[in-house]
Design a protein around this ligand. Structure first.
Ligand code: IMP
Ligand code: MG
Length: 178
């Protein structure tokens, strides 16, 4: 019998503790802003966004955006395509982009530019995971969960070819295309 269960890299407990800490920081930083809009990047951020947003103690609304960068595998192309824009009006609002993972940084950089075109009051970024050694462009992550090495991770929203998104922890797999 083959065991292809992803190996635990960041446990469910570690994630929950960190998400609570980030929510505390965000709640403090935006305590005087009554118009925080959390913009989740589909699909990977859906679990992080759900947990993070429910732990805030400040008013917030939720939007989603969808981009496509990698096709169905793990090879970075650097090209980012907008698949779905936000529906709500971001004019004059405080936008917090919520990403699952920052690898080369191309996606987040593109998203920051996209959000700025909506004329918000501010744009900040949250990401659960960053591959510190993989950065190709300089992009600020205001609220970061964890730094990891250059490995492919799944779970807590992250997938490999749509598999393993709903694992409660972040695990490592070996992609078949690298
Ligand atoms: P970047 O543009 O290279 O920073 O890539 C960011 C996007 O690639 C993320 O939003 C993910 O959708 C995807 N991605 C990068 N690394 C991983 C990984 O290890 N697991 C799952 N998705 C990943
Ligand atoms: Mg993503």
């Amino acid at each position: 019998m083959s065991d292809d269960t992803p190996k635990v890299l960041i446990s469910e407990d570690q994630i929950q503790t960190r998400v609570l800490e980030l929510a505390g920081q965000i709640s403090a930083d935006y305590k005087d802003a009554d118009d925080l809009v959390m913009v989740g990047v589909l699909k990977g951020s859906f679990i992080f966004l759900a947990d993070l947003s429910r732990r805030l103690s400040i008013p917030r609304t939720i939007e989603f955006i969808a981009v496509s960068s990698y096709g169905n595998g793990s090879l970075a192309s650097g090209a980012v395509r907008l698949v779905m824009d936000v529906r709500g009006n971001l004019d004059g609002k405080h936008v917090l982009i919520v990403e699952d993972i920052v690898d080369t940084g191309h996606t987040l950089k593109y998203l920051i530019g996209m959000m700025k075109s909506h004329r918000p009051a501010s744009v900040k970024t949250a990401a659960l995971v960053r591959k510190a050694e993989s950065a190709q462009v300089d992009v600020t992550i205001d609220y970061l969960g964890f730094d990891i090495g250059d490995e492919w991770v799944v779970g807590y929203g992250l997938d490999y070819a749509e598999q393993n998104r709903t694992l409660p922890y972040i695990g490592v797999i070996k992609p078949t295309d690298s």
